[in-house]
Each structure stands twice: as C-alpha cells, then as structure tokens.
Design a protein around this ligand. Structure first.
Ligand code: NAD
Length: 339
C-alpha cells in the first residue's frame, strides 16, 4: 500500500489532497505540518522555478532538501518539473482538493491575480491564503461572485494575524454588547531573514517612508543594509492589516477600532515580545472590560500560521462539499482541527 492508501484505509473519508503554492519559509513549514496529519496528504508543491506532484504524496524531507540545495522542488527526482509557470501547470494536471497559497503578495495584487487564474481555469476546490494587507483582502472580497460561480471556496486571511488572532478577537467579542477596541501586538523571532524573505520584505513595506513597491524592489543587499541599521529588528505600528476589514465585514467592530503592530527580530528565534490580542468592550450590564489572548512564546510564526491555514482548509473543504462557494474570512468561520 502507498501512503495515501494507508491513510485512506485508516479513515472513513479519504485524506484531503492538499497542495502548497510557494515553498519558502512558510511553504516548507506547511509541508512539515501536513506530514504529521492523517486527514491530509501533501500531493503538490510549487515555487517560482518548478513544482513536484505525486498522487501518492510527496516526501517532505526530500522536497525540502531539493529546494534548499538547488532552489526549487522542480529538482526533486523523479517527480519534479522545472517551469516558470508552475501554478498554471499544476492547475492543469494536478488533482488537488485544496491549496494553501504560501506565496509572497508582492505586488499587492499578486495573490488576487493567482485567484483569477484559478477562476479562469475551471478548477474547483478550496483555496486558503495567509494574506496580510487590508487592500489585498478587499480585492479578494470583491471577487466573491466570480468565486461562487466558479465553484471555489476561498478562505482569506487565515494565518496568524490576520487569522488565529482575528478569530480569537471574534470569539472574545461574544462577551460584550459593544466592542470598543481590538489591539493586536505581535512578536516574531526568526534566526535569519533569508528563511522568510517575502514576510520580511512585506513588513518593511509597512515602515515609515516605505511602500509595498519600494520593499519589493529592494535587493537582498539593500534589505541586509537596512537590517544592519536596526540591529535586525523591525518595529511596526499602525499597520495596514486585514484584521480590521475582516472584523468589520463580520459585523463585530468598525475598522477604525482595530490596530495592529509588532516587533520582528530577524536575528534571534526568541520572540521579542509575547503575541497577543486585547479585546475591550462593554458588557450588557455596563461594565467595561478587556479580554486578552496571548500565544505561547515557544510557538513559532510558522506554527501559528500553518496550523490555522490547514484548519481553515479543512473547514473550507466541508463548506465546499456542501456546495457552499465564495469567499470567507478567518473571522467568520471556525477552523476545524486537522487530525
Ligand atoms: P518566502 O519568500 O520564504 O517564499 C516565497 C515562495 O514563493 C518561494 O518558494 C518562491 O519561489 C515562491 N514563489 C514566488 N513567486 C512564485 C510564483 N510566481 N509561482 C510559484 N511560486 C512562487 O515567503 P514567506 O516568508 O514564507 O511568506 C509567504 C507569505 O506568507 C507572504 O505573503 C507573507 O506575508 C505571508 N505571511 C502571513 C502571515 C500571517 O500571519 N498572516 C505571517 C507570515 C507570513
């Protein structure tokens, strides 16, 4: 029996066939997360230079090794393929129930354009992103009817923030009759910035004097020079983060009451501060109070992004199987725990 058959024999329903688009820091972590699951099997992975696809499942260690040694999963023998249109190729040939888009959103409409490719192709299934910017989520929300007509269930903003923390805010809001403030503060510690180039570039785009376009255009040497000046630390305040639009669309609080900021240390895996969300509101008795949800300091960014992403993929799959298509945010749907 191959690994898919073994997984299928253990479950009443067959394992969900997942693909990961983008095989950098988060994409590789996503593959490792799926490797420990019975309910999901990783059948496809793609990066800028190629893809690997196998119906019986990819070997995570070998896929990561091929990417790290040669720069693409397309080098994975014997199933890898080198191409500069890996996403389009996979859409055409691969049988996948749901994809996690671990892609850079540079420029700011990159992931919305990938979603358009899926719509155009006639592919049906679940798409999940961990996109960060408000304006990017707005572009996707505007595609609701096209996604519905295409038979795609799209789960947006399903990483850590937005994602896990936005969902926690939606849950915390239930104690209150009126929500006054949602304040998200994140701490990220990574050993070296090269492991998460897109994440770091997108964060630089939030700094005063920078834009998404400016950050995208920076060479690696320029990013390093900037990080040298700040001792590897990026301090971010009042970020344009989609937690605001997601909580507004879910009817919980106006976007002007939601703030997001954080500190990213690119030279130390230890978190510079504990990631938390504080939700302040008034109860029906007139009491003002604050709920605080704090993530464990030992949990990495990768754990807090990839876990929820697959939890939402499973939830999206259930919606899809019931014929419910369109677009949903992490603030509207409860993620399902993946066994
Ligand atoms: P990365 O730079 O490490 O990797 C990006 C990957 O995408 C690479 O493998 C690259 O080859 C691939 N890629 C680029 N263009 C491609 C194309 N046209 N076709 C196929 N593959 C392509 O990125 P990362 O640091 O892992 O970040 C991925 C995304 O996750 C970013 O958009 C980031 O903002 C997001 N993120 C979200 C959260 C959250 O909490 N919501 C947290 C961290 C990161």
């Amino acid at each position: 029996m191959n690994s898919e058959q073994i997984k299928n024999s253990l479950n009443i329903s067959p394992a969900i066939r997942v693909g990961v688009l983008g095989f950098g820091g988060l994409g590789q972590a996503a593959a490792k997360v799926v490797a420990g699951k019975q309910e999901m099997i990783l059948v496809a992975a793609a990066d800028q230079k190629g893809y690997a696809y196998a119906t019986e499942g990819l070997n995570t260690e070998k896929s990561v090794a091929a990417y790290q040694a040669q720069g693409s999963v397309g080098y994975l023998e014997p199933i890898g393929t080198l191409t500069n249109q890996s996403i389009q190729d996979l859409i055409e040939i691969a049988e996948v129930d749901g994809y996690f888009l671990a892609l850079p959103n540079l420029p700011n409409d990159f992931i919305p354009n990938v979603a358009k490719e899926f719509i155009k192709s006639g592919w049906r299934g679940v798409l999940v992103d961990a996109i960060k910017r408000t304006t990017a989520v707005e572009q996707l929300l505007a595609m609701k009817e096209e996604l519905q007509a295409a038979g795609i269930t799209y789960m947006t903003g399903c990483g850590a923030t937005p994602g896990l923390l936005t969902a926690a805010a939606a849950l915390a809001a239930q104690s209150y009759a009126e929500i006054h403030q949602v304040e998200i503060t994140f701490g990220v510690g990574i050993a070296n910035w090269e492991a998460y180039r897109a994440t770091v570039r997108e964060d630089i785009g939030h700094m005063p004097g920078y834009t998404v376009e400016a950050a995208r255009a920076m060479t690696d040497a320029e990013v390093e020079a900037l990080l040298d000046k700040t001792n590897g630390v990026l301090t971010l305040t009042n970020m344009e983060h989609a937690d605001d639009v997601m909580l507004e669309v879910a009817g919980i609080v106006g976007r002007d009451r939601v703030t997001v900021g954080g500190v990213v240390d690119t030279r130390n895996p230890k978190k510079p501060l504990s990631t938390n969300v504080k939700v302040t509101g008034r109860t029906f008795e007139g009491k003002i109070s604050t709920h605080t949800f704090t993530l464990g300091d030992e949990t990495s960014m990768a754990a807090n992004v990839c876990g929820p992403a697959f939890g939402y993929l499973k939830a999206g799959r259930q919606l899809h199987q019931r014929g419910i298509y369109g677009i949903f945010t992490a603030a509207e749907i409860m993620p399902q725990f993946v066994k």
